[in-house]
Write a protein that binds this ligand. Structure first.
Ligand SMILES: Nc1ncnc2c1ncn2[C@@H]1O[C@H](COP(=O)(O)OP(=O)(O)O)[C@@H](O)[C@H]1O
Ligand SMILES: [Mg+2]
Length: 228
């Protein structure tokens, strides 16, 4: 029996219209991702990588096509359903970390647990556990400005893990880091995939793409299998 898909996109399109110009950010994209895969998405700047990641993660909706994740069609979901889906199933990691600057590392990691409705004691314990897992046990009360770039990205990975997601989507997670720190972050993310989390990483870095089990490349909104 073939393993059922975790993520299945069928004929997904997304256009942006500026003035009288229409830009096809995603043009008729179909793809299938199985549970536990490590997918690297590569492609030039402006090719549609973030648009694709945001649609898979329920941050954005396609104009047409279907986006099934664990059997539910995100293209048909309302805003409330999408935010529950994101909070429960997806961990996001962004190039610019996207941490709350006035919050400590612990508070940043507790935030998705607050949104999920976890009790005070439980969310603190879970956030501490996640920070411990990314090697930041001794930095929990630091604010983002008191942390290095690599440490900030670790906080954002801890935050992504808080609600035990089945999928992590990382959009150029090493883009703001030097190569040594970038490698550390990649090792951390690859380790999460080995524990069973489906990992989707957008990257320009061929060293990163090499570690993936499958590479998808995207050009002008069209996706193809393998390196371009
Ligand atoms: N909100 C938006 N409004 C208009 N155009 C957009 C918007 N978001 C993305 N685009 C355009 O869609 C294309 C794909 O963008 P994006 O998915 O961010 O590419 P990538 O992540 O590969 O650099 C680009 O040409 C970009 O300028
Ligand atoms: Mg992008």
């Amino acid at each position: 029996m073939p393993q059922p898909a975790l993520i299945e996109l069928k004929s997904v399109s997304k256009d942006y219209t500026i003035g009288d110009e229409t830009l096809h950010a995603l043009a008729n994209v179909s793809l299938s991702i199985k549970p536990g895969e490590f997918i690297a998405i590569t492609g030039p700047s402006g090719s549609g990588k973030s648009t694709l990641a945001n649609i898979i993660g329920g941050l954005d909706k396609p104009d047409s096509g279907s986006v099934e994740v664990e059997g539910a069609d995100l293209a048909k979901a309302g805003d409330r359903q999408l935010s529950v889906y994101r909070n429960k199933h997806i961990g996001f990691v962004f190039q610019a970390f996207n941490l709350q600057p006035t919050y400590t590392a612990l508070e940043n990691v507790m935030l998705p647990l607050v949104l999920a409705g976890a009790g005070g004691k439980e969310r603190k314990a879970r956030a501490q556990e996640c920070l411990n897992d990314v090697g930041l046990a001794d930095r929990m009360s630091h604010r983002p400005t008191q942390l290095s770039g690599g440490q900030r990205q670790r906080v954002s990975i801890a935050r992504a893990l808080a609600n035990k997601p089945s999928i992590i989507i990382a959009d150029e997670p090493t883009g703001n880091l030097d190569s040594a720190k970038g490698r550390e972050i990649m090792t951390l993310l690859a380790g999460l995939n080995k524990q069973g989390i489906t990992l989707i990483i957008i990257t320009h870095d061929m060293e990163v793409a090499k570690q993936a089990s499958r590479v998808l490349s995207i050009h002008d909104g069209a996706v193809k299998e393998g390196r371009s």
